[in-house]
Design a protein around this ligand. Structure first.
Ligand SMILES: [Zn+2]
Length: 85
């Protein structure tokens, strides 16, 4: 048995972390609020950092070979803002 991360209800395993689509959307909303819209993922083989949507990481998982389809982190406005902090 698994316990819903959002509403604390016990549910049948088979879903990731939540009992329903509604709770899943709430989970995504909370994680984006906490961690931001994008995450910085570094490709181990090249050392390059990519800007990956938090939603993609949660919903489908992002493998190293998937990183090619994302922009490099250094090219983003978010990266420039982070450097000033
Ligand atoms: Zn739930």
């Amino acid at each position: 048995m698994a316990r819903c991360f959002i509403c604390d209800k016990i549910y049948q395993p088979g879903r990731e972390m939540t009992c329903s689509d509604q709770c899943h959307q709430e989970l995504i909303r909370q994680l984006i609020a906490e961690f931001g819209q994008f995450q910085k993922l570094v490709r181990a083989s090249t050392g390059l950092a990519y800007k990956v949507a938090t939603r993609d990481i949660i919903e489908q998982g992002v493998r190293e070979q998937d990183l090619d389809q994302y922009p490099l982190w250094e090219q983003t406005d978010q990266a420039r803002r982070a450097e000033k902090i």
